[in-house]
Ligand binder design. Sequence first.
Ligand code: CMC
Length: 425
Amino acid sequence: RGLRVADRGFLNTAVIESAITYIDGERGILRYRGYPIEQLAEKSTFLECAYLLIYGALPARSQLSHFEREVLLHGIMHADATKFFGSFRYDAHPMAMLTSAFAYLGSYYGEANPSLQGQTLFTKCAKGDPEALQNMDKQIYRLIGKAITLAAMAYRVRQGREFVVPPTGMSYAESFLYQLDHLSPTDSFSTSSSASPSPSPYKPHPVLARALDILFILHADHEMNASSTTVLQTGSSLPDPYSAVAAGCASLYGPLHGGANEAVIRMLVSIGSPNNVPAFLAAVKRREKVLSGFGHRVYKTSDPRSFIIRKIADEVFAVTGPDPLLDTAMALHDAALKDDYFVSRKLAPNVDFWRHVPHRILSTIPCIGFPMDFFPVLFVVPRVVGWVAHWRQMMLSPEGVKIWRPRQIYVGPSERSYVPFNERE
Ligand code: CMC
């Protein structure tokens, strides 16, 4: 009642007040808790940014060590989970595996489930109850710690390789690379990676590990994107956070969101060479194709993350060797930025356009090639941090959680009477 206009795609709807991430889409600004993304990418680490996003302040040294220890410790999976992963087809889409795996974790941790706790758990958190807050922190450590473990398991299912127990004494990005590539006793091949010449024990290349850490920083949060909104929408009915994160993961899967990075690689491969760029752009303008990695709901001039990735690309390529997709990407980039069709619609490269940078990092790893459909998973891993930061903020909001239940404008038929089969036309 009283609604006249539907806000399709929520172009003009702010659903929450948030102190986490600030974006100015016109000026190309992104800040986490007030700190510019450029400074964080240069000076911080992924887990320090995670702490900042979740708890609101840069940690003291002892707070960071505690956080890192807890997160990395909680990367270890119960042995049963390996059996669960064994039930997927070897060629299942990794995002389908990951979405299921996060939901599966919810079955493990009853203490996170408000319905088993008489719904009082989150009320206690909001009132500052230390035990309830500790419980909440533990779920956060688990979700972030297990994100890399689950992602690596999804990868190794594809390769038919044994899972790797998370290592100790490595950073988050190093641990992820290790779990992807470490040779287990049953691996019958040796690594072909030029960047990691010693096959065992696997030691991640420091330049590549740092580049991956920066990529994780850039992807950690982006305020009310589709998947974070989904996590909050789901979280607003108070399920356990694993279920809310699984819902976010499903949302990120789509080609208009996290699936775009896979689409960028496929697009560049299908274009094949700089010579074919004009024909491809003509097809985009005829609306037969989409220029993946261009355009953004919020950034209308430039995406600051894309400049940072462009900068680290050279360091990555110096280690991995030249990127066969780079010439095509540059030709496409330059032509689109000069073309009136894209300029007039304010379409600039977004963070996903430079997807071939992590592609190069990770193509140094596997013995049988890095599958393209794995790329959205590299987006999920860091975005788990943003999801839990938003979820925690909502759960702790002093006014309590209100279930997200939007309205619609009904445009169907007015009341009519049921018609039996033999009287229908
Ligand atoms: N290629 C060709 N035309 C485009 C593109 C594109 N990538 N993006 C937008 N347009 C056109 C669109 O057709 C429309 O034209 P017209 O006004 O003539 O109908 C105009 O530009 C405005 O676009 P829109 O669809 O209204 O913009 P939106 O805010 O609804 O969509 C978007 C944003 C990101 C979904 C869209 O730009 C897109 O589909 N981009 C390609 C997919 C992609 O790269 N996604 C990753 C986004 S960044 C990471 C993330 O947040 O997940």
